[in-house]
Design a protein around this ligand. Sequence first.
Ligand code: SF4
Length: 209
Amino acid sequence: MNIYSPQMLNTFVECPVKYFFRYIKNINIPQLDHSFILGKNIHALAAYYLKGQNIDLFTLTESEKEMWNKLLNSDYFKLKPIEVESNISCKIADFWIGGRIDALVKSDNDEYYILDYKTGSIPQTPEYNFQTIVYLLCCDKLIQNYTSLNFVYLNVKTGTEKIIKFSDSLKQEYKNKVIETYNYIQKLSQPNVVHNEKCNNCSYTKICV
Ligand code: SF4
């Protein structure tokens, strides 16, 4: 069964050619850079911590220590963890969407927050990033009874936060957006290559002609 992840949907919107290489031809060219390694360390540490496991064995660089302290100081990170590094999914129309959330936490008043740690930057339009859309739709199905449901981007580099509050109108809008994108993907054949400024940072440049 194919589960459409935020990464798949975001990749399609970014560039259908890239989607074609990555998810139809299965050509994976990962971009392994310093921020990727940094992000993995912070995510692993946060998961151990929220699960109540021993984090003494983690050795952190100075920049990682700074990020870790910013995360510890976030009020959202201090709430009760419900899910940590969990796979979640839900059915929309006749297909599935889903992925792995960093954490789902809740307040005493049943206010739920999906946490997403960023060691790079928060997306430019976070309300319409498929990470926000997919995880809010999935958690809405998962929890059902809540006072409020929110998605929180925590930038552990700068200490900035961006919160998106879920609502009935957003739910309908998000469902429509997912269905529309899914329908475009189903029609995708060998796409025409049109190079643009996004190509400068694309790992597929060498094979994309
Ligand atoms: S090089 Fe440009 S056109 Fe080709 S996959 Fe990357 S972003 Fe898309």
